[in-house]
Design a protein around this ligand. Sequence first.
Ligand SMILES: [Zn+2]
Length: 271
Amino acid sequence: MSLRGLAAAALACALLTGCAQSVDPIERLGEKAAQRVRPHGPTGTPRRPYRRWGLTAPLPPAPKPSRATRARTAGKGLPPVVSRIRTHDKVVFLTYDDGAEKDPRFVDLVRELRLPVSMFLTDSVAGPGYGHFARLRSVGASIQNHTLDHPALRGLSYARQRAEICGQQDRLGSRFGSRPRLFRPPYGTYDTTTRRAAADCGIAALVLWRVSMTAGGELTYRRGAHRLRPGDIVALDPDEDSGLTLKERTVRLLRRVQEAGLTVGRLEDYV
Ligand SMILES: [Zn+2]
């Protein structure tokens, strides 16, 4: 066949549906990603899970952070307070608070897309359903501290703050076999006493956020640029009466992450 003939055949091939040669590159990328995932996933994992969740391409794996990109620790022995990570890596971090919603489809999403999400759990909210969070942990989520009872800590006594933080360290440690390193103060409010108590409970950093996704699925920014940037920590507010599940809001967020040319990193690798 002449070169011109080959080109014509390729064009015809591209125009016809079902032609074996016309697999689009994203589809092939997805297959490779799925092959890498398969040994880890259970049987029955779809070949191209990203398509099932409505994404246009698999999320690329997060780069390994260099030491220089890690959050700096504050002086005086107090843990740093972090609301975004200083990094040029094209990553954002997904964080979830309280632990009210226990949707098995969210576990499926985390497993199939291998999302390194961080769950900040409050004992009085999440406690009755720790089994759900054990499943999330077994598919790659990390479990972090968000107090026993969710009080606003600023202004409370050292003893009270310590009881809230250390109490949840003990609870999560005995339930999951390891004590959290990260702590998110309820409502993002804290004082120096909070940092002292957190340090005494073995906490390495207080984690706040720059971006949050509301219950209705909109992104809001506490300060700085009104767009997703590398190193952003995104908090998904606890669900209210929005009609959107945690899974649906996460998928919506992932599309925004993908549109921004970013992927999801593991917060614990950077803090
Ligand atoms: Zn909370």
